[in-house]
Design a protein around this ligand. Structure first.
Ligand code: ZN
Ligand code: ZN
Length: 668
């Protein structure tokens, strides 16, 4: 057109600018911008809207032009996560289509970000994710990213709702929340009323600030203006409520949406998982499949953490298969979630294999694999991975230190642990938190350095019950009743209802044959109404979870289970097994004690595994509390007798039993 001597007018430039945006061609876009200025078209409303949009898109993707300073970083925390996610991609696409239908003249008007935060890999990866985000993008960089958009905006002689929405959304996505909110006020001064686009840009801000009252105001405004059936608002509200720990409100918003689309499904599933409603998340995921909504990449990074938490290895494997078939397995966030899932479900080998195949590692995958190795007793692998991470220039964060200290603690590496503990503050400026203190106390306690552990915990400004409990367990192992009483007193001072501590202390009394003290404690618990959490073990057989409590007689295969245990016990005793009844709580006869041990939940689960899972395959058990010493010994014998690997995940770590030995080296 230009070659033929014709001048492009205001009808042409918006389309050209939009094309540059869609091609992600920064250079071309900038030279078109130059051309627009030369032709004097920079006063045209639609052209300017298109320009702002283009720059907002480039900035959000981390593409930099001649004056931008946003280097394109693969692991640019937040923006990368949000915009690489399909949800945002889809939103952009939908907004384009929607705006095209509203005004043929107007080009791409909105780069949206109502994306559910795909951060819920686990309680610890959530933090690492946020830290990644914060450390990669400083205030300055965020502001610089918006420069070109703002410049265009400021030069515009006339602005319409689309112009305001573009600049507000741009600010909101770049993390310039105050600016975005200020512009909404200015927009009001210019006599323009926010529409559904404006509202859906604001919702993520209140989600980020966890400001549910402001979020509710927007909800109210949306209802009054009949925007509440809008997909983007709906999803924005779901995300906002979920983020503010009001997931029941998210579920309600979801349920009244006139039609659920992929975005709202993914938002609600992510919301449930982030709020620890794992079963609900899985149920909704299955419903989504039934509703013939195809899972997206983001669906998998939301649902895999649920499998990890519920140790649903079989389901996790099925999802993995789906991921491979859909070609999602090279997505860094999905791969990280897979590493985390396999590690937590007890298959650290596969976790490591996926980790090694990843081209790029983010904080989530590093911490997942290091923690995985640590919990499975591969302490040296965990430590060497941590060092690899440091050498690769990745700054370890809070969670990475929890992982490496856990590794040291499970392997009894005291010197290394102190080195890492000190390097946190000295080299990285991270103040050690409760988890770090707990790991150190655990390590010292297990090594028998009980006084040193006591001193360390006392140095904490406000030690909580859980850190003290670590030391109390150590007192039990080392049979130090005096210190145990001292520690228990500290626990009851800060946490008078700590059931675990009562049980531990009475076990310590029982082991020291101080029956009178043990029973006094039991009476006290009864009077106070403090109830013991029943010990429970789970095993997944053919996609179904089977739960067992101590002495359980409710399972349909109950007879076979007890028969199996009886046969096993005979063989175990032939092999030299002697029941260790010292930790049995009750003051009863030896023979009865044996019977009590015999019915411990993990043994029932293991016996059920032996009769229902094909010979030669691994038996995987999850237990809600720590394994007792006798079951640990018994399981070692069983693994040898039945020639199977048995993996037990208790609330503290993984035990891999094989050929009569355990991966923890009996140090746990
Ligand atoms: Zn036991
Ligand atoms: Zn073990």
């Amino acid at each position: 057109m230009r070659a033929s001597g014709k001048y492009p007018d205001h009808n042409v430039f918006p389309s050209v600018v939009k094309s540059c945006a869609l091609l992600l061609d920064v250079k071309l876009g900038e030279s078109v911008h130059g051309c627009i200025i030369r032709f004097g078209m920079d006063y045209d409303l639609y052209t300017c809207n298109a320009l702002m949009n283009m720059y907002a898109k480039f900035h959000s993707l981390g593409l930099s032009g001649s004056h931008g300073n946003g280097k394109h970083k693969m692991l640019d925390g937040m923006s990368e996560r949000m915009f690489s996610s399909e949800v945002s991609g889809e939103l952009i696409h939908k907004f384009e289509k929607r705006m095209m239908s509203i005004d043929q003249n107007v080009s791409l008007n909105k780069v949206k970000c109502v994306s559910p935060q795909i951060n819920g890999n686990s309680e610890f990866t959530d933090r690492s994710y946020r830290e990644t985000h914060d450390s990669y993008m400083g205030e300055e960089e965020r502001s610089a990213r918006m420069d070109s958009v703002r410049k265009v905006f400021e030069m515009m002689p006339r602005r319409d709702l689309v112009s305001w929405n573009t600049v507000i959304a741009g600010n909101a996505q770049s993390g310039m929340h105050e600016e975005a909110l200020m512009m909404v006020r200015e927009m009001g001064n210019a006599n323009l009323k926010p529409d559904s686009f404006t509202l859906s840009s604001l919702l993520p801000i209140f989600a980020e600030y966890v400001d549910v009252s402001k979020g509710k105001e927007i909800h109210g405004y949306a209802v009054r203006n009949c925007f509440d059936e809008d997909f983007f608002i709906g999803s924005g509200l779901i995300v906002m409520y979920a983020r503010c720990n009001r997931v029941e409100d998210s579920l309600w918003v979801f349920s009244i949406l006139p039609r659920q689309d992929a975005i709202s499904w993914n938002s609600i599933i992510a919301g449930c998982v982030q709020n620890n409603l794992y079963d609900e998340g899985l149920r909704l995921f299955q419903q989504m499949l039934k509703a013939k909504v195809k899972p997206r990449q983001v669906s998998f990074s939301s649902i895999l953490p649920a499998c990890a938490h519920l140790t649903k290895l079989n389901l996790g494997k099925q999802l993995h298969g789906y991921i491979i078939r859909a070609g999602f397995d090279d997505n860094v966030f999905i791969a990280s979630s897979l590493v985390d899932m396999y590690a937590k479900c007890g298959n650290v080998k596969v976790a490591r294999w996926i980790f090694d195949k990843m081209e790029l590692h983010d904080m989530v995958s590093w911490t997942a694999i290091i923690m995985g190795c640590a919990l499975h007793g591969h302490a040296h692998d965990a430590i060497s991975l941590f060092e690899q991470m440091e050498m690769g220039g990745v700054r370890p964060n809070y969670v990475a230190f929890v992982a490496v200290l856990t590794a040291c603690s499970h392997a009894g590496l005291i010197d290394e642990a102190w080195r890492y503990f000190n390097s946190m503050t000295q080299n990285y400026g991270i103040a050690p938190g409760l988890e770090h203190f707990a790991a150190m106390a655990d390590l010292l306690g297990r090594a028998g350095k009980l006084d040193e552990a006591y001193k360390l915990i006392s140095s904490l400004e406000r030690p909580v019950g859980s850190v003290w409990s670590t030391l109390l367990s150590a007192c039990r192992v080392h049979k130090n009743v005096d210190l145990a009483e001292k520690v228990a007193k500290e626990i009851f001072e800060v946490d008078p209802e700590n059931v675990g501590a009562y049980i531990l202390l009475s076990n310590i009394y029982a082991a020291a044959q101080r029956w009178r003290d043990a029973s006094k404690l039991r009476v006290f618990m009864k009077v106070k109404g403090i109830k013991k959490n029943p010990a429970c073990s789970w095993i997944e057989v053919k996609n179904k979870m089977h739960a067992f409590v101590s002495g359980d007689k409710s399972h349909p295969s109950c007879d076979k289970i007890y028969e199996t245990l009886k046969v096993l016990l005979e063989k175990m005793e032939q092999e030299g097994y002697v029941p260790d009844t010292s930790e049995v709580f009750h003051d009863v006869e030896e023979e009865q004690k044996k019977q009590l041990l015999y019915g411990h939940s993990e043994r029932l689960a293991i016996a059920f595994g032996i009769i229902s899972i094909p010979a030669g395959t691994t038996i995987r058990i999850t237990k809600n509390i720590r394994m007792c010493a006798d079951c640990h010994t018994a399981t070692k014998f069983i693994s040898k007798i039945v020639e199977r690997e048995i993996v037990v995940r208790d609330n503290n770590r993984f035990h891999h039993f094989k050929g009569g030995k355990c991966s923890c080296g009996d140090y746990w």
